[in-house]
Design a protein around this ligand. Structure first.
Ligand SMILES: [Zn+2]
Length: 389
């Protein structure tokens, strides 16, 4: 009897994995769909015609995480890992960030030495090696840095890289990378903004829409507090599952009926780096409340009132009970709704800004095309494990 119960429990547990783990799919799609209503009149028609496209494809970056190994770090940044944990510790440019947080090691015949910049020379370990800084920079950029500046689907590089030596005395170089582990979200949003602007300049309708949809995703992620911390799923504090609880369960239960989705019109983003960093900063400020309030509620509520089983699409899934979710939602005091609204307005502002920066092209001719929604599938390869968001 006990064994049968255990067997049943293990079946139920194995069914609990999907459905609600993966802001969740619902929230990402809603954010993009609603961002369309923030468009000024010149762009409103374009985005309305393709509203289903930008909404459907809002989740492509999450789908791609399994196929492209460098996709994962675009979705988060572990603020605690960088300097004093504030956005001010992050260099403005991706290049500087990369240089600061990536360890490059020169492997000699009998040693492994960290490479760093010296004044005029490149320092390898304690020795100053006669490399011209510009040569090194060019080499670095070509071999290492460029791998991060890929465009969308083309990225398959595995880290750490081992690079054949072009410089004496290194036999080869190895890169130990903190960014891969701790995320590049603020920089990736900046890149995406540039890509989207250039797509508007070229008038490439398919690309504008794809990039708009995906930009919506990354901005959505940046508005979620748990995308800015090492404790992204409560794993460091015994609160596993809190990620989906906050970003999926709450919106699923309350967004439609209770969120005020009218956020006004998109605004032009003057200072892009400051804007994206601000999203991260405000998200990160909420991390403590997100965790502490949940922990407090779990202490006060009987365990049986915390987790419930629900049927979804013919499968049984374990989810936080509705009453428990309501209690958490109420104690967060409008936080989830606020972040959701910030996401909608920011996505709209990013699209609008790209269009303005591209010289306000008239949305006519080819740009009248309605792009078909194709189901993007990505082959499953080794992705970055352990971060299900
Ligand atoms: Zn994501």
């Amino acid at each position: 009897m006990t064994r049968r119960i255990l067997f049943l429990v293990s079946i139920i547990a194995s069914l609990c994995v999907s459905s609600y783990i993966v802001w969740g799919f619902y929230a990402h799609r809603e954010i993009n769909r609603l961002a369309v209503f923030t468009m000024p009149s010149e762009l409103a028609g374009f985005y309305k015609r393709n509203q289903i496209y930008v909404s459907t494809h809002a989740v492509d970056p999450d789908k791609r995480r399994y196929a492209a190994s460098l996709e994962g770090p675009r979705h988060y940044i572990d603020m605690e890992r960088f300097g004093d944990g504030t956005v001010d510790a992050l260099p403005l440019e991706f290049w500087e960030f990369h240089d600061k947080f990536t360890g490059l090691y020169c492997i000699t015949s009998n040693d492994s030495l960290e490479v760093s910049y010296a004044e005029e020379k490149i320092k390898v370990g304690s020795k100053a090696v006669e490399l011209k800084k510009n040569d090194y920079k060019r080499w670095y950029s070509k071999n290492i840095f460029r791998s991060y500046r890929y465009e969308l689907d083309t990225l398959q590089t595995q880290l750490p890289y081992t690079i054949r030596n072009e410089f004496d005395p290194c036999i080869r170089f190895t890169v130990f990378d903190t960014m891969m582990q701790h995320g590049i979200l603020p920089y990736h949003m900046l890149d995406m903004q540039r890509y989207l602007t250039s797509a508007f300049k070229k008038g490439d309708v398919k690309r504008i829409l794809q990039l708009s949809a995906e930009m919506g995703h990354y901005i959505g992620d940046a508005t979620v507090p748990l995308h800015t911390t090492t404790n992204y799923n409560g794993q460091e504090t015994g609160q596993r599952g809190i990620h989906a609880f906050w970003e999926s369960r709450i919106p699923e239960l309350f967004a439609e009926a209770e969120f005020d989705m009218l956020v006004g019109k998109a605004s032009y983003i003057v200072d892009k780096p400051a804007f994206f960093r601000d999203l991260i900063r405000t998200s990160h400020e909420h991390v403590d409340s997100v965790l502490l309030i949940e922990a407090d509620l779990r202490r006060k509520l009987p365990e049986a009132e915390q987790e419930c089983y629900e049927e979804r699409l013919g499968r049984i899934v374990r989810v936080p009970c509705s009453a428990f979710t309501r209690a958490y939602y109420d104690r967060l005091d409008g936080m989830v709704e606020d972040r959701f609204r910030v996401a909608i307005k920011s996505v709209g502002s990013s699209w609008y800004t790209a269009w303005v920066d591209a010289g306000r092209p008239a949305m006519e001719g080819d740009l009248m095309t309605v792009i078909e929604i194709n189901d993007t599938t990505y082959s499953r390869r080794e992705g970055l494990k352990g971060r299900g968001h």
